[in-house]
Design a protein around this ligand. Structure first.
Ligand code: SF4
Length: 361
């Protein structure tokens, strides 16, 4: 059997940091390689989080930096080779060249289990590598398996699985075909609700018949994992461990036309990330004006802008800032989430689907 590597990418966001803490606490015997792919354009709070994590983990977090012979940062180097063509949701060269390609180089052709911090209260898959030697596992969810594994598992002949013959309910669901009226997620949830560990053991036994990395392991400690972690658990893990929550998640009060609200940044990633909401650009302008002006320097003309319909020079006008804040407060009211502790984070959870595991988890 080939040696299977276990890796965990630290994006600089709260969820991947909490996952590193969780894995160290719950699975200290797994030899996990922690890595981070640096664009050179993260917020200071992200670099601080990585340092704090290294202390807690007692391990170095491997820095993957593209173009490390260049005198420019990885982002600026790639941008220069593209003639100043800024990335956008449609042309997202930054994640691919600076993060995903670096990750795939890092693991090479070794069989790898990659742990991903998608939470139990999220409905998204995150980045799944197309390389067959990389298998994603989601320890924060009741369902630890990736979608590609589940599809293959549910297409496998149940008669070939080692199901206990007295587990009639389990067998009945397993033998019920997936259809328009009984979709895969229903089948999955029904099985998980009966017995998570039994389900995991069956998937693991199916994987032994495949070319997935876990076929190279005779044992996998996460088969016993029944946890389902939600956003409040993530903050608890970060605070309780002493690693702390990155400063940009702290809510800051603002007032606009007599109405009070709070804002903060909702995600990790580059300070100029084009996935930011308008209110986050306002946060950057008011809380880190030096970074806002640096982001402006990239907008050389009307063709090269971070937001499709608005240059930062327009966004920073006082009347526009008031408008953005008012719209943001109105949106909060509509969503009726005023009792939440982490407003921006919850607002943007759905919108983070546009992002991906490499930058924001
Ligand atoms: S954080 Fe945003 S700008 Fe930075 S690499 Fe990711 S998608 Fe690109």
């Amino acid at each position: 059997m080939k040696k299977v590597r276990h890796v965990l990418g630290i994006s600089g966001g709260k969820d991947s940091a909490a996952l590193a803490i969780y894995m160290r606490d719950h699975y200290p015997d797994l030899d996990i390689e922690y890595y981070t792919a640096d664009t050179g354009k993260e917020l200071d709070a992200t670099y601080k989080l990585i340092e704090n994590l290294e202390v807690y983990l007692g391990k170095k977090i491997i820095r993957l930096a593209a173009y490390n012979n260049s005198h420019l940062s990885p982002f600026d180097h790639k941008l220069k080779t593209l003639g100043g063509y800024l990335p956008s949701p449609q042309r997202r060269w930054c994640t691919k060249s600076l993060k995903l390609d670096m990750f795939e180089q890092f693991v090479g052709n070794d069989p790898v289990i990659s742990y991903v911090g998608i939470r139990g209260d999220e409905d998204r898959e995150g980045y799944i590598s197309t390389k067959t030697n990389i298998q994603s596992i989601f320890p924060f969810r009741k369902n630890i398996w990736s979608e590609d594994v589940l599809i293959k598992f549910f297409n496998y002949d149940p008669a070939l699985l080692p199901v206990a013959s007295d587990n009639e309910k389990f067998l009945r669901i397993l033998n019920s075909p997936i259809s328009d009226r009984f979709i895969q997620s229903q089948k999955l949830n029904q099985l998980l609700n009966i017995d998570i560990i039994a389900f995991n053991q069956l998937v693991f036994s199916f994987l032994q018949t495949t070319a997935y990395p876990l076929a190279q392991s005779s044992h996998f400690p996460l088969l016993d994992n029944k946890d389902n972690l939600k956003i409040e658990d993530i903050f608890e893990l970060l605070n309780h461990s002493g690693v702390g929550v990155p400063e940009y998640y702290n809510k800051i009060e603002f007032e606009v036309n007599g109405k009070k609200g709070t804002y903060c940044r909702s995600r990790s990633g580059c300070y100029f990330c084009f996935f930011q909401q308008k209110i986050e650009w306002v946060w950057l302008y008011e809380q880190h004006p030096d970074l806002f002006f640096k982001a402006m320097e990239y907008e050389k003309d009307d063709e090269h802008t971070w937001n499709q319909k608005e240059k930062l020079a327009e966004l920073m006008r006082p009347e526009r800032i008031i408008q953005i804040k008012e719209e943001y407060l109105a949106r909060q009211e509509r969503k009726n989430i005023s009792s939440s502790d982490y407003l921006v984070d919850i607002i943007t959870d759905a919108e983070e689907d546009a992002g991906c595991a490499a930058c924001f988890i």
